[in-house]
Design a protein around this ligand. Sequence first.
Ligand code: KIV
Ligand code: NA
Length: 263
Amino acid sequence: EKLVTVQSLRKKKANGEKFITVALYDAPMAAMAQKSGVETLLVGDSLGMTVLGYDSTVPVTMEQMIYHVEAVARGNKKSLIMGDMPFMTYATTEQALTNATRIMQAGAHMVKMEGGAWLADTVRILSDRGIPVCAHLGLTPQSVHKLGGYRVQGRDEEHAKQILEDALLLDEAGADLVVLECVPADLAKRITKSVSMPTIGIGAGRDCDAQVLVINDILGLTEQPPKFSKNFLVEAEDIPGALRKYAEDVKEGVFPGEEHIFQ
Ligand code: KIV
Ligand code: NA
């Protein structure tokens, strides 16, 4: 079967064909997701909250990320695996090179880092050396203590412009994907039209090139699920069925619905 690559994802963007991402953390979920039509598997540092019980992603370590990237890689055959770089492991480009190498050698095909213009040099350096990068803009959970909570970002025009400019800089620097988290739908649409890399939205409306949800939210494992998420297990018979329904609903433009979107 055909492998998902950075090139095949760009081709989907060019063809206006949506793709699906799920944040997940272990081998059986990875196996089910890639069989259910999920093109990209994100080993998110959300695992700090979803599986380890921390109240933010700040405590997550390289060792924990590597343990879970390895598990996901064992369950996967054809999807593209993205591994999150945890808090403060890419504060300098030196650190980013060392730690991205470890995430790639654990089995990821791409690393993800949170940040705007300041990260552009690092993106360029990793990209030039053969490490694909997914950027992450809008609500960046590793900065929760600076942001003062998990809030929608880019509501005012000035901040929206800054996020758009960050996206353009990171695109130019060689980023291959960008996650847009909790931004108004019209901003996500503007960014998606302006950058060459595909955009992956979460709480970012319907017009991104792809959508991402956390497996715990898809399966109803979250006590207080975020507004932008949906439990797909209630309409399905089993976990693969829930994943297929999520993928279908994204491809048909049914998910996210109005109730999941910030205006
Ligand atoms: O850690 C994670 O799961 C993420 C996604 C929510 C985008 O970064
Ligand atoms: Na993350």
